[in-house]
Design a protein around this ligand. Structure first.
Ligand code: ADP
Ligand code: TYD
Length: 208
């Protein structure tokens, strides 16, 4: 039994998820909540080790199937060690990406693996967020923002604009498929404007 609230941010690379997740955590803290801010892949020590394996190196380092197993292993560890215990304490967990990213990146990007993704999710994860904020924006601009960070975690960014275009459309489809928990936020605005929209959406959810 969980009693807290599980919120995820989704969207293409560079759409502003990390920025918005952290601003939301700050805002909730200011108004008296005790949120837990986390991310995937990662969020627990073991999952952070897997993160380095999946996000660094050549784009063809792993097949889509191997990647799916690695992301799912990381998620299971994150769920067991951080997310479920925090929810059981009644906290708000804010997660930068969750299983919807696997549905997109492993399920859609290289062949149709969606049914395998769903089967593994049912077997090993089973939990969905209570609220998912999709930060939607133009793929080319998103990629430009992501590349301007110039980090070493560029394996997915190296797949390029075509992947971003496919992912944006896929996320919007997912928002319809799971319309009960998805809210689409226009990410092509100034940071503060997006943040106001995010906050209003979350507060509304917390009050229902
Ligand atoms: P994501 O986590 O979705 O990849 P980030 O939050 O890391 O995105 O943002 C990517 C880059 O774009 C960062 O340099 C960030 O400062 C910048 N950024 C985020 N939101 C906006 C925005 N609304 N307008 C302009 N730049 C933004
Ligand atoms: P992230 O650090 O959120 O990247 P960004 O800030 O650029 O959006 O995630 C890194 C990459 O991992 C991202 O390109 C998407 C990919 N990813 C998957 O392929 N499957 C998954 O299940 C998750 C959580 C992420």
């Amino acid at each position: 039994m969980t009693t807290g609230t599980f919120i995820s941010f989704e969207g293409i690379d560079g759409s502003g998820k990390s920025t918005q997740a952290s601003m939301l955590a700050d805002h909730l803290q200011r108004i008296g909540y005790d949120p837990v801010l986390t991310r995937e892949p990662g969020g627990s020590p073991g999952a952070e080790e897997i993160r380095a394996l999946v996000l660094q190196g050549d784009p063809d380092r792993w097949s889509a199937e191997t990647e799916l197993l690695l992301f799912t292993a990381a998620r299971r560890d994150h769920l067991e060690r951080l997310i479920q215990p925090a929810l059981a304490q009644g906290k708000i967990v804010i997660c930068d990406r969750f299983a919807d990213s696997t549905r997109m990146y492993q399920g859609l990007s290289r062949g149709d693996l969606r049914s395998t993704v769903d089967a593994l999710h049912d077997l090993m994860i089973r939990r969905e967020p209570d609220l998912t904020l999709l930060i939607d924006m133009d793929p080319t601009e998103g990629l430009a923002r992501a590349r301007s960070r110039q980090g070493i975690e560029e394996r997915f960014e190296d797949f390029g604009t075509d992947l971003q275009i496919q992912m944006r459309a896929g996320f919007l489809d997912l928002a319809q498929e799971f319309s009960d928990r998805f809210r689409v936020i226009d990410g092509a605005r100034a940071i503060d404007q997006v943040a106001r929209d995010v906050t209003a959406t979350v507060i509304k959810h917390l009050q229902t």
